[in-house]
Design a protein around this ligand. Structure first.
Ligand code: ADP
Ligand code: ZN
Length: 729
């Protein structure tokens, strides 16, 4: 498609919208003409929708009947680099282009006129009379910083009527103010001095600076606490000094205040923030500033990858192995892989940082596709913790208890010495199963193929698949016998009960995402713990990430075998990563730490690898095993999920697809299934899975397209294609 870049008024232009039409539609360029890539408003049936001028119109629709673009928004046009990225991403993930475009146009109110807007933000005075509604308003304001909200948005988020907000304005607890729209971002100064780097850190920073200026990907590997963040901030400084923009992706952005503070300390001002906790007006402000070049550094969640940067020079993917980079709903993509794609189109540098890289990145680095930098030791005097197994076959464990005598005595000693212990169990709630001791029935979700998990704190049973809850019954729903229902197995809440029983005088803190009303409350607790406000910390996997607890010298893993069950091809890798990350919480200050893993299979190769500490050997072994099986990263995979209200039609379609696999066989790909998915029903919809395997070099997407062409689905059935699946649920 030839794209002249500028269209005179009346010219035929193709406009892509985020509506599910499939392809760009032709319009006439508006009065004053428009650029290629311009964000425009176009008529679509009776509606007006947002679109992007995608190039010269190619249709043969009668010019005289062509409708005109309504207006061009006053924002920078989408650059060819981003359009290219969206096209390639749509191709790679086998997603319709409009759906991908939607990811790149999440900026509400683009067309709003500039000028002043009225916002509501936190005032100084506490109101004399507090109500639940008032508390919620003040909480929302405290959670989201100083920028303030529109009245409607604030009322909606706090679930109150606008009158409640107005009432708080009268008391002085909330301030009503007129502010200019879209204030510019404060400038970051890349020339401020950073910390004095250790020799290893300085070498790594030099290597990153030397690699800047064009596309390259570097794996930055180093144990937790080795200073990866300090090093990549040097790359950010270099990028900003060149006048280009930088993006840092973080997995748990809601908990990232520590990181923001570090950026502010390093560059003298805060970066732009992009994640679901950011208000709509802040989103629009950042989105526009990306396009105009008025923001230098963005810290964000995976969706920040679709911002319209004017000149993106660097993308850092921190904790690059983290599972949350894979979006598992809507457009199925892995932000780490897409970051590499976008950078290659934008001539930008990529830094993938992790203590425990994904096998994919490790293999790419070994093969020389990525550069690799290693930070060997922890910064300063801190040392990595010693690791050991506790053989649970030899521990005398009382019924209904999960902490063995060895771990009990280790915790007891820490309490006496004024140090902290962390007990890790990756299971939310009180008990994973509720069973009837009379008939053996296990309480399951009505809509999913999943057992309900007791949450005693909420006093309810919860389905972790769909979120459905119900009261804990007193009699069995199956045999109707009263008083025989019993919890089986531990969740963190039940573990907390045991800790309280065993250590009645210890101060306990339970870190599980569902026990906190807001990200702010969770953040505050983390700060409290860091300041020594707890003796024992119980945590799910949110504790595995990033937080620095200087007094923590013992990590006890309650059930190290938990992740090894199941047939997930990444079970070993994920367990290894999680255990090493959790262990890395211990001994980050002067006092050396120890991590102890309770396991029934201490001779399991993965457990031995975790304990052995020879990480390179583990990755090499895991890589060899995957290569032998021809699975990722040595082979390609696609997951197919058929879902619908009725099971039989799904199997019929699946079987028919499996029989007509010519298009796949031609490229050497194999079909497995159909089979019921491990979670065979979610939200009342049945799920049937198929798996496609192919050689690494095979043109998988093209073959899949051919295979699925002309597929007709019965009413309400849906098909989702997951390229490079991460989970097999
Ligand atoms: P990582 O990202 O590898 O976990 P960080 O960059 O967070 O490591 O560093 C761990 C801790 O050590 C942080 O508190 C950091 O400020 C400190 N640190 C790392 N390098 C230096 C340095 N060169 N000078 C001073 N403090 C440092
Ligand atoms: Zn459910």
């Amino acid at each position: 498609m030839s794209d002249p870049g500028w269209f005179e008024e009346g010219a035929r232009v193709a406009v892509l919208t985020a509506e599910p039409i499939g392809k760009p539609l032709d319009y006439r360029a508006p009065e004053g003409g428009c650029f290629s890539g311009a964000f425009v408003e176009v008529p679509l049936g009776p509606r007006k929708v947002l679109g992007v001028v995608w190039g010269r119109g190619a249709g043969d629709f009668d010019m005289a009947k062509l409708r005109s673009v309504i207006r061009v928004f006053d924002v920078a046009p989408m650059r060819e680099e981003l359009r290219d990225f969206l096209l390639r991403m749509a191709d790679y993930t086998m997603t319709a282009l409009p759906q991908v475009l939607r990811l790149a146009t999440r900026a509400p109110g683009l067309g709003d006129p500039p000028g002043l807007r009225r916002i509501y933000r936190l005032g100084g005075d506490a109101p004399a009379r507090m109500t639940d509604a008032r508390t919620r308003v003040l909480e929302v304001l405290r959670d989201h910083g100083g920028a303030g909200f529109h009245l409607g948005e604030l009322a909606h988020l706090a679930e109150v009527t606008p009158q409640v907000v107005k009432g708080l304005v009268k008391t002085g607890a909330v301030i009503e103010a007129e502010v200019p729209r879209d204030l510019p971002f404060p400038r970051l100064d890349p020339n401020l001095p950073g910390k004095a780097l250790s020799q290893a850190q300085a070498q790594a920073a030099d290597a990153l600076r030397a690699g800047a200026g064009g596309y390259s990907t570097t794996l930055l590997k180093g144990v937790t606490g080795s200073g990866k963040t300090e090093v990549y901030l040097e790359a950010v400084a270099h990028c900003l000094a060149q006048g280009r923009q930088a993006l840092v992706l973080l997995p748990e952005i809601a908990l990232s205040s520590e990181f923001l503070a570090r950026v502010e300390a390093r560059f003298g001002a805060l970066p732009g923030e992009w994640h679901s906790g950011v208000t709509q007006s802040e989103r629009r402000r950042l989105w526009k500033a990306c396009g105009s070049g008025d923001v230098q550094l963005v810290v964000g969640a995976r969706s920040a990858l679709f911002l319209p940067f004017r000149d993106l020079g660097l993308i850092v993917v921190d904790e690059e192995h983290d599972g949350s980079y894979k979006q598992e709903e809507g457009v199925l993509y892995n932000a780490r892989d897409m970051a590499v794609l976008r950078a290659s189109l934008a001539s930008a540098q990529v830094v993938l940082a992790s203590a425990t890289p994904s096998l994919e990145s490790w293999v790419n680095a070994s093969a020389g596709k990525y550069a690799r930098l290693d930070l060997g030791a922890r910064f300063g005097t801190a040392e990595m913790p010693d690791m050991g197994a506790i053989d649970m076959r030899e521990e005398a464990l009382e019924a209904g208890s999960w902490i063995g005598p060895t771990l009990v005595s280790e915790v007891t000693r820490r309490i006496a010495e004024g140090q902290q212990s962390m007990l890790f169990l990756n299971r939310r709630g009180y008990a994973p199963v509720t069973i009837c001791r009379a008939c053996g029935h296990q309480i399951a979700c009505d809509h999913c193929d999943a057992r309900m998990v007791e949450h005693r704190f909420l006093k309810r049973l919860v389905c972790h698949q769909c979120g459905e809850t119900k009261p804990i019954p007193t009699k069995c729903p199956s045999c109707e016998v009263e008083g025989k229902l019993a919890p089986v197995g531990p969740g963190v809440e039940r573990l907390a009960e045991e800790v309280t029983r065993r250590f009645p005088d210890a101060r306990l803190s339970v870190l599980s995402s569902d026990l906190f009303g807001s990200a702010r409350a969770l953040k505050e607790t983390i700060v409290e713990i860091a300041n020594g406000g707890a003796d024992i910390i119980i945590g799910t996997q949110i504790v595995a990430k990033g937080h620095n607890f200087p007094k923590l010298t013992l990590v006890g893993v309650i059930d190290a075998d938990l992740g090894l069950q199941g047939s997930d091809l990444r079970a070993a890798e994920k367990t290894f990563q999680l255990m090493r990350q959790v262990a890395g919480r211990a001994g980050r200050a002067e006092d050396k730490g120890v991590a102890l893993l309770q396991t029934f299979q201490p001779e399991h190769p993965v457990i031995r690898a975790i304990l052995g500490g020879d990480e390179e050997a583990f990755w090499a072994q895991e890589a060899a095993a995957r290569q032998a099986q021809g699975v990722p990263p040595y082979g390609r995979m696609a997951g197919i999920i058929l879902s619908g209200p009725d099971l039989q039609p799904l199997f019929d379609i699946g079987s028919q697809l499996a029989r007509n696999d010519g298009a796949l066989r031609r490229v050497g790909a194999q079909v497995f299934g159909p089979a019921p998915a491990p979670i065979a029903r979610v939200r009342g919809r049945h799920r049937v899975r198929m798996l496609i395997k192919a050689d690494k070099g095979a043109p998988l997407q093209a073959a899949l397209k051919g295979w699925l062409k002309g597929l007709r689905l019965p009413n309400n059935a849906r098909i989702a294609v997951d390229i490079d699946p991460q989970s097999f649920l």
